[in-house]
Design a protein around this ligand. Structure first.
Ligand SMILES: NC(=O)c1ccc[n+]([C@@H]2O[C@H](COP(=O)([O-])OP(=O)(O)OC[C@H]3O[C@@H](n4cnc5c(N)ncnc54)[C@H](OP(=O)(O)O)[C@@H]3O)[C@@H](O)[C@H]2O)c1
Ligand SMILES: *[C@@H]1O[C@H](CO)[C@@H](O)[C@H](O)[C@H]1NC(C)=O
Ligand SMILES: *[C@@H]1O[C@H](CO)[C@@H](O)[C@H](O)[C@H]1NC(C)=O
Length: 292
């Protein structure tokens, strides 16, 4: 059998396996009814859309981000859409005391928690790594350490409820891209930490699921502004992306890939022909358009 056929057989096998696994249990919106859910980074983008989906499904929602005015609007919209309840708490995830206080607020509101959706991210742009260690530290705090801090604070409640942690990562947390060194580092860190924790939960019979979300380019305002001109790639809709994340979390899946083929196929190349993948990635960059 030639190499090409082998790859083809492997590929078809993977698709069949995917269809089989994903067909095992069906998602039903009722799964989220009355569930108590924290969504971070929910003032805009994918987080905002997740809040709206959860509201339609009848969840209790606590959202957070820095911008209070935006959070107020999202809460009002959630109540209109049918949320069982909706509240917000504003502050920066650069501060670990704030990260803990978000979980404390959920405890005050509900005395319990079913789902922790970690989604916020420090704003970033495409630029060459400029050796700014203070910035690296800051981005690590916001994109990584606050995720760990909230997980630690929420674990007692999640263990009691048999709850779920949903970690929103990126394709850039599985495959390194140029011009995103700060961001990529934090997303790889999430994979390392939460994939380790997932195994420990199994070994310790702790009934808390962890879903890592590997997202390709999504059409949020921030992302569209950041890539404009620099990366040639089509973006997937944030509304559908938000729903896929919630589905994966509710079904307690290990990982979700969105969009599936455009994130999953390159991963096959990653481990077998990394130089080829680097080359393909660099072809999609238009560095002349870099803002400085
Ligand atoms: N869009 C994409 O193409 C894409 C691709 C792959 C992965 N993802 C991942 O998907 C998630 C959501 O992305 P998105 O595009 O929806 O982002 P976004 O629209 O920029 O939203 C980011 C959210 O995080 C909040 N935030 C920013 N800095 C914060 C801070 N210091 N403390 C607390 N909250 C802060 C923002 O609100 P405030 O500014 O009000 O604080 C906002 O609500 C991220 O984890 C991102 O890495 C996105
Ligand atoms: C992009 O991010 C880098 C690293 O933080 C920063 O030094 C630079 O000023 C930013 N550039 C733009 C155009 O925002
Ligand atoms: C774990 O939690 C889920 C969701 O709360 C529940 O459906 C399942 O029965 C629990 N499993 C065990 C072994 O307790």
């Amino acid at each position: 059998m030639g190499l090409l056929q082998k790859i083809l057989v492997l590929f078809v096998g993977l698709i069949l396996a995917f269809c089989f696994y994903s067909g095992n249990e069906d998602f039903k919106p009722e799964m989220l009814k009355g569930k108590r859910v924290i969504v971070t980074g929910a003032s805009t983008g994918i987080g905002e859309q997740m809040a709206y989906h959860l509201a339609r499904m009848g969840s209790h929602i606590l959202i957070t981000a820095r911008t209070e005015a935006k959070l107020q609007k999202v809460v009002a919209q959630c109540l209109e859409l049918g949320a069982a309840s909706a509240s917000y708490i504003s502050g920066s995830m650069e501060d670990m005391a704030f990260a803990q206080s978000v979980v404390r607020k959920a405890e005050e509101l509900w005395g319990s928690l079913d789902m922790l959706i970690l989604n916020h991210v420090s704003p970033s742009n495409f630029s060459y790594f400029n050796g700014d260690i203070a910035h690296m530290q800051k981005v690590l705090n916001i994109n990584f350490l606050s995720y760990v801090t909230m997980t630690v604070a929420a674990l007692p409640m999640l263990k009691d409820s048999g709850g779920s942690i949903i970690v929103v990562s990126s394709f850039a947390g599985k495959v390194a891209f140029p011009l995103t060194a700060y961001y990529s580092a934090t997303k790889f860190a999430l994979d390392g930490f939460f994939s380790s924790l997932r195994q420990e939960f199994v070994m310790q019979n702790s009934n808390v699921s962890i879903t890592l979300c590997v997202l390709g380019l999504i059409d949020t305002e921030t992302a569209m502004k950041a890539v404009s001109g620099v990366v040639q790639s089509s973006a997937a809709p944030k509304e559908e992306c938000a729903l896929e994340i919630i589905k994966g979390g509710a079904l307690r899946q290990r990982e979700i890939y969105y969009e599936y083929l455009s994130t999953k196929i390159p991963l096959l190349i990653r481990d077998w022909a990394p130089n080829l993948l680097d080359y393909i990635i660099q072809m999609h960059y238009n560095v002349e358009k870099l803002k400085d």
